[in-house]
Design a binder for this molecule. Structure first.
Ligand code: PHB
Length: 555
């Protein structure tokens, strides 16, 4: 596809949007990026300012993204939702490194009791694809998808050992245009550069930064590892080693152990942490050599049909070319890292010309690139993680559940709650809830505990464990829900269903509570239960998306 090269050349020369690019897709991706940079929430007027788009355009884009499940409109705010994780998940699944190496990184973090990360190169930056984080007072930790300037990290020095002259030129241009690293919201900005009239000093500083980085790159080439001695912020130190692709010998990703000067001064890192890091990296490289071929997951189906139906329903408010363009990204995934135009058209059900323009647009936006080692194929780039992944990758089950509980409580006009079983399995603990604002309503504060066996929430959770059989548990297991009728408290009726993780284990339960005077038992089963089940499905879908590549705490 020769047009691609022209687009690339145009983008490099600083040319504007290529004529064939899909304008609404460019603008929609811009909205997702601004939302992600802002931490996941912006008002429509803030979006207007951040994107330079007209209010009516912002509204149509957000309506389309809401329909896709990528944002929700919360009062006056536009909020990224876990649905958007499917874009980053597509990249991480196609890359395969997190699935193949993540467990080794986690084991190393446990062994050393320090955070361990995996990062890939992203142009002249590094981007995290896995984090095994220790929770400590004295530690910053980055999120999956965060982008850092190469010269301020240990992995960056290792990646730069493979840079061409063109890569160095691109790095110099970026440094000159953005000396304070404002394009990297994940890191604290560098101190103000010297005043503009002091040209000699400014040049000096730029030259000093380059010389220092070139030194570290030279050392990385010589040693095969690199250290970060508080390049990002005081106290933060790291030691890194490259994980090489067995096929090409090139650096596939970099594994880092991150510490703090209060535990390990930088000078101690090579002796204290490097040997075990290298052992883990050798095992990772062996895993890559012996990994079975990936199993292609199901290609998305019927996307074109879905977008057409949405267009018919929402009319002008649904920007079909944006929806179709974004679904092109989800055609990639595990076992589908490199796709031709024909593959993309087939997977999405889009006409070839539509798929081609979407790919062209994504290439211009830096979200897809020519696949390495494949003729005429495209691959996702790490930049796909810019589309909302970092702010959503640090979530918890209660936070995921809250908007769904609120929607349920509003819909059935009864309070809804989420709870987990305590460690010893005797009690349940409420972790999230939504009330109705009514006077006569059940109000149970988050954190409160109740005996598990006496509650509907506890019974569906116990039914899933190896708890000794009781008639109520057997019933809950068989029916998939539990109903407690005035057993805990006179007048109180409550129905609960489980929320299952990706392995099928019930990790939490959701319930709706009501009064016997307000709803009959039949009413509970006929009306509350279906709504409750739909809510559990929504929470579960978000949980499964969010936990595919990150750990989602249940409390
Ligand atoms: C990190 O994983 O947080 C990390 C790794 C290497 C660095 C800095 C931070 O140089």
């Amino acid at each position: 596809m020769p047009a691609m090269t022209a687009v690339e050349a145009g983008a490099r020369a600083g040319a504007g949007v290529p004529a064939e690019a899909v304008g609404p897709l460019v603008r929609g991706v811009g909205v997702l990026r601004r939302l992600a940079e802002a931490g996941g929430t912006l008002s429509p007027s803030a979006l207007e300012r951040a994107t330079g788009l007209a209010r009516s355009t912002v509204d149509r884009i957000t309506a389309t993204l809401a329909r896709m499940g990528y944002v929700r409109l919360d009062g006056r705010d536009v909020v990224l939702t876990p649905g958007v994780l499917e874009l980053g998940n597509a990249y991480l699944a196609a890359l395969r490194l997190p699935a193949l190496l993540g467990a080794r990184a986690d084991a190393l973090a446990d062994e050393l009791d320090e955070s361990v990360s995996l990062a890939v190169a992203d142009r002249d930056g590094i981007r995290f694809i896995h984090q095994a984080t220790r929770r400590r007072a004295l530690s910053v930790s980055f999120r999956i998808g965060d982008l850092l300037p190469a010269e301020r990290t240990a992995p960056g020095a290792l990646f730069a050992t493979e840079w061409t002259e063109r890569d160095w030129a691109r790095w110099r241009t970026r440094r000159a245009e953005d000396p304070r690293d404002t394009a990297f919201p994940a890191v604290p900005p560098r101190p103000e550069p010297a005043p503009a009239h002091d040209t000699a000093r400014t040049t000096d500083t730029a030259a000093a930064v380059e010389a220092a980085f070139a030194d570290r790159v030279g050392a990385a080439r010589r040693d095969g590892w690199a250290v970060d001695d508080q390049l990002i912020e005081p106290g933060l130190v790291a030691v890194s080693a490259p994980v090489r692709d067995p096929r090409t010998g090139r650096v596939a990703c970099v594994a880092s152990v991150v510490s703090h000067t209060s535990r390990h001064p930088a000078a101690e890192l090579p002796a204290a942490l490097l040997p075990r890091l290298r052992t883990a990296v050798a095992a990772m490289e062996a895993d890559l050599r012996t990994a079975p071929p990936p199993e292609p997951g199901p290609a998305p189906a019927g996307l074109a049909t879905w977008t057409t139906a949405s267009k018919q329903e929402l009319g002008r408010d649904f920007v079909e070319s944006l929806a179709r363009g974004l679904t092109v990204l989800t055609a990639f995934g595990e076992g589908r890292p490199a796709l031709s135009l024909t593959d993309v058209a087939r997977a999405t059900g889009l006409p070839r010309a539509t798929a081609r323009r979407a790919l062209l647009t994504h290439e211009y936006l830096g979200l897809v690139a020519a696949a390495p080692h494949e003729d005429r194929a495209f691959a996702l780039t790490p930049r796909v993680l810019d589309l909302g992944f970092p702010p959503l990758s640090r979530t918890t089950l209660p936070r995921l559940a809250e908007p769904h509980l609120r929607a349920l409580a509003d819909r059935v006009a009864e309070p809804a709650a989420l709870a987990v079983l305590t460690a010893d399995g005797t009690e349940i603990q409420y972790t999230a809830g939504a009330g109705t604002g009514g006077v006569l309503t059940v109000r149970i504060p988050v954190g409160a505990r109740l005996p598990a066996a006496a509650t509907s929430l506890g019974r569906v959770l116990l039914a899933d464990t190896g708890a000794p059989a009781a008639p109520e548990l057997a019933e809950a297991r068989a029916r998939g829900y539990a109903l407690v009728d005035e057993e805990l408290e006179s007048g109180l009726r409550s129905v609960a269903v489980p929320v299952r993780d990706r392995t099928g284990r019930a990790v939490a339960a959701v319930n709706v509570a009501t009064h016997a005077a307000r709803r009959s038992l039949e009413d509970c089963v006929e009306h509350l239960l279906p709504a409750l089940r739909a809510t559990a499905d929504d929470i579960q879908r978000d949980l499964h998306r969010a936990s595919r590549f990150t750990k989602v705490p249940t409390t």
